[in-house]
Every structure is written in C-alpha cells, then in structure tokens.
Design a protein around this ligand. Sequence first.
Ligand code: BGC
Length: 739
Amino acid sequence: MKTPISSIAILLMAVSCSTQLGKSPVEKVVGEMTLDEKVRTVVGTFTDVATPPPVAPGVQNRADYPGAGENTARTYNQVPGAAGDGYPVARLGIPAIVYADGPAGLRIDPRREGEQATYFCTAFPSASLLSASWDPALVERVGAAIGDEVLRYGVDILLAPGMNLQRNPLTGRNFEYYSEDPLLSGLTAAAYVNGVQSQGVGTSVKHFAANNQELYRNGINEIISDRALRELYLRGFEIVVKKAQPWTVMSSYNKINGTYASENNWLLSDVLRDEWGYEGFVMTDWFGADDPVLQMEAGNDLLMPGTPNQIDELSEAVASGKLPVEVLDRNVARILRVLEKAPRVRGYAYKNDPDLSAHAVISREAATEGMVLLHNNGVLPLRESKSVALFGNYAYDTQPGGSGSGYVNRAYKITLDKGLEAAGFKLDKALADSYRKHIAFEKSQMPEEYFWVVPTASEYKVSTSQIAASSKSDIAVITLGRMSGEGGDRSATEGDYLLSAQEKLLLKDVYKTFHGQGKPVVVVFNIGAPVDLSGVEAFADAILLAWLPGQEAGYAITDILTGAVNPSGKLPVTLAGRYEDVPSARNFGLSAGEINTVRYEEELMVGYRYFSTSGVKPLYPFGYGLSYTSFEYSDFLVDGDVLQVTVKNTGSCAGRETVQFYVAKPAIESGRPARELCAFAKTSSLEPGCTETLRVPLADTVNPLEQWADGRWVLAHGPYRFWAAASSEDLRLSCEVNM
Ligand code: BGC
C-alpha cells in the first residue's frame, strides 16, 4: 500500500519537531533552521523602522525613536514594559525571550490594561550606593532579590548591571555605574551578576565599553590609549567576565579609537572571547546600529531591539555572499547556547508572585550600608527622637533612583519626612506644609512621572521668617538633591554640579539661625553622583551622602541619622574641591576644536589616581567615609599572595570598617599613578574593643600588580609598596615587598 503524501508530510514534521532547543544539541537546532529563521534570531522583534539616532552635533535622546517608552512597537508583548524580545521558532522549541532593564531593579509596566493586578518591582539603591558599601556579599544578595523578581515576572534576561567607569562626575548615568576604580567596579559587578544569575535568569553587563558620557553617545569617537583601555576601561569587564560569566554582554553605542564598539572585532572577539574566555553572547545597546554586517562579523551576535531593515540587510548580505552563512550560524549558536538556560526554555511557569515585602527589607538594609557620612562634629547619631525643622524639597520628595532605562516602577517610595515621622520625630508642621503644598502644586503642572522623565519641583524659597519660626525645633535637617538620567550629561553650573545661590543661602540662613540658638544642622545629599560640596561644612554639623537609595530611602536615611545603623559606606569616587580639578574636565563631552571626538588625555590619571599622584587635594578622597566609632589598624603584612591586617574597634559602638589596600608599582613606563587599589575587605560588625583579622587574596580574578606595557600585561621586577588604608589619602600602615 502506498503511503499518502499527507502522511509523509506529517511524518517529516514529526521528525523535525523532535529537534528541540534544550533537548537537542545546539548545532542540530541551528542545522534545522531556515535562513530566514537564523536572520530573525540575530535581530530583535521591534516592529518599526527606527529613525537612525543622531550623532554629533545634537544630543542623543531616545525620545527620537518611534514608540519610545510606550512598548507599542513590540511584536511579542509578553511582559508589558520589558525592553525587547527575541524571535520565537516554535517548531524548534525556541520561545520569544524577554529582555528587560535594569540595574536598580526590574523595569516593567506596573499596570496592564483591563487588569486589577499590579506588577510593581522593588527599587533597590542605585549602583553608586551599592559600590559605596564595599560589600560584594551584600551586593550579591541584592542581585539575588532582583533576579527573583526577574524570574517571577517572566523575564529571561536582565539588562544590567551598568558598569562603565565614572570617569567624570558629570556623566548623566553615573548613578547606574559603580566607581572610578575598575577593581571596585569589577568585583561589585561580579557579585551582582552572580546574585541575579543564581536565580536561573541572565544578565547583560553594559555598556561594553567606555560609554563614559551621554553627550553624542551614538557617535562619539573616544581616543583612548591602549594602556588606559586595558587598565581602566576594560579591566572591570574582564573581572566580571572571568568571575561571573554573565549570560550576555551589551556593546556600547560609542566608537573607540575610530570603530563602533558593536563593530569592533578586536574588542568583541579577540579580547572578550579569545583572551578572557567569554562564553555568552553579545547584544547591541538599543538601536546601536550602523552596519549590521560588520556587527555580525565582529561578534555582536544580537541586534536589539531589532528593526525590519536589519532583517532585510542581513538576508541580502547572506544571499549575495557578503556575509558568510558560517558567521551567521556561529552567532545564532552562541545565542541559542545561552537561551538553553533561560526560564522560558526550561518551561518555568511564572506566577508574578515576588515577595516584595521581603525585598523591601533587603533594599533598606543595602541602602544603609552604602550611605557615606562625610562630616560629623558629634551631632550624629541623634540619640533620641526630637523635633525637626525639615528643609529642602528632597526631604519631601526624596528620589529613590535616576531616570531613563535605569528607572524602576516601584509601588511606593518612602520620603525622608515619612521616615523621620515613622521613627518618632516631630516635624515642624507649618514648614512641612509649605514645602508639601509647593511641591504638590508644581508637580500638578508637570507631566506625570514615567521612566524617561522624572519631574521635580523647583526648590521652595523658604523665607527668613519661616526659618526663624521653625527654629523652635531641636534640630534642622536640610536635604538637597539632584536628578539625572540617561540621554544627557550634567553641567558644571549652578543648580547642577554647583549648588545654586538659593541652596547656599538656605544653608547659610538655617545655620545662622539654628547655631545662634546652639542647635545642630544636618545636611543630607540625595544625589546619584558628585556635586560640588566645597564650603558646605561651614554650614553643617554633619553631612550625609545618601545617594539615590531606593524605595526605602526615608527609612534608610533615618536609620543612619539615629544610629540604628552605624554608617560604614565609603566613597567609590573622589569628591573634588573644584570641577576644574577633575582630571578629565578639559576633555569631557567633546575635546576642544574637535568634531565628534573626545580624547582621554588624562590617560591613567582618573579619580584618585590623579589626586594622589599630583598632590592636588580632593575635598573628600576616594575611599573616605566616617563611622560613629573609630578603628585602629595593626599587624599589616603581605603573606605570600595574601594581604593581612587586624582591625580593632576603638570606639564606643559597634561598627564595620572597610580596609583598602593600595599598591605603588615599580613603573615600567612613565605616567604611572602613585598608588592603585589592589584589594579591599570589610569587617563584620565589630563590638567596641573587638578585633578582626582580615585576610584578602591579592589577586582576585585578575592580578592587580600587573601593568599594561608594550601590548601585554607585565609584572615588573622591583620593590612594591603596599598600604592598608582607611581611604586613598589615609594610609595607615605600609610595607615593602620585593617581587
Ligand atoms: C540603554 C540601555 C538599556 C536599553 C534598553 C538603552 O537606551 O542605553 O542601558 O538597557 O536602552 O532599555
């Protein structure tokens, strides 16, 4: 009997259907894909043709893209508010993978049309606060909590962490990045990635590499020496790749030495894969596109969020032989090898049920661990609940995070006024009412807050008579803040990097009035990146750098002010005395007389590397931060590959101390910094009189004693001086070792 044609077709289908991602070898899956399926697998599923983003001159702003922020342009809107999706090939068991931001918590839409249910996520402290904790174990816990929300909300890959170096304080996205130091950035990022990925979901470390400014980010050509690239701008990524194997890496928009990062074969293939052993796949940043064929060849495996044009161009390129199909196959296979692990492929059934209350506790704890006490003449901690005159908009409209893709749709935010009230402080009511009324009125005239735009009211002009009337309170707390976000940098002008005349007047008037009556003034800064704090100490008994501390902001700041938590955060960046002192100040944004080019002329002299070498005094040095107790260091030694120091709590309350180890390397080439961070460790909470001996491996993942010279890593012979230090300028103990 003859088998009917239809039965043969069914039989064939059954045979091909037996090849399934996750069950069959990836090569077999790729082998069964059509050319069209392969091309679509390397391109996301955005449906509109994006307007090419402008390169210089003209600031790149994602509002230029059709459908920006509205999620209307995604074909597979499985998780509303996610940033993008992959292409599904159902017959091969490949689902549409969901990609969503971002660093301080998952960013998805909190509400869905026609549903009562909400989909809020926890807003955790932003990156610069997390690194200020100098506590990778804590960061790993934060990562695990974020990963849990990613998993339970049906997302496969989180577009985080951001880990570009904070080269200049004006970079608009600094709050999303960790530090001016690559070791601190790399180890913090690795902890974050390990935490997120421990939940069975992926990360995308971004933006690879040197996305150190927002101005002209889509076309800026950065001229960076090989040595600065290796030792500073790539080093953190090298650490995270080697220590945590992120599922994906996101290439950056910018050019490095003339080539777009996403078209840079040296960067994405030679360095990332061949040298560092990277096993995941690389995706572009959103619409980071110029030539899809070059991107494919360079090893930029996935183009996000994808445009129909890219599909056409790649299909034609393969058909004409311009793009070898082997390159396409290689990239598809890399993507599928990662997707095999994704929750959607594993068949994980998500229920949208994260434990937001438990995560709020972690968010609050993390926030307190990274706040930095900059100045305290003994007024903090506030031992008992008192009456407070609370000044400054940001006390009543405290900001948990920055704007842009790093924004989180949280269920609520605890502002400082609420945090203080919850701890039993009595706020001056008339003053609080005036502030609240002013903020509510101004915000009612502004657009609703959404991720791209977070409107803030103009600083309320408090009159001298209001200050006088409020001085019946026991203390004054002034909170000043700044918002920034993706799409633009900040400026070294009044009201931005510099305090405004009005803010200065507020500090002065409040200080004069309260001090006249012997009452303390505490100043809190709610900022994601440095502002000019010079002169503030003259009007403040205490200064707390609270960063952008996440949704529990008000509770966490209050925990520090009351001493419920002893501050232990230390600066992950230098706070310069003047913007002009910042080594990259002359070469930020655009280099003078250049079109579309910025030259990293400061070379290795970024942040404390410059200040400690040049002798220029910073206002507050890298690694600096006060505690309510004091610590003494002893018995410092380099024991083979281990640095060892003993820390004693010599004060009167329990506290934690971060010890930083710096090294002066024998210079192979000129321009070597006087000292560089080579390791760090934080004690557990030490009771008064107690000691802890910290033993830290000198090389965690990479060897921090190496220097880049003549195109390779070199370990120079000669004497190495090591310090155990409380900050980059507070070198407590030292020893010399001949290597
Ligand atoms: C940002 C990325 C982000 C992506 C998706 C881009 O504009 O630069 O950091 O992950 O959008 O939202």
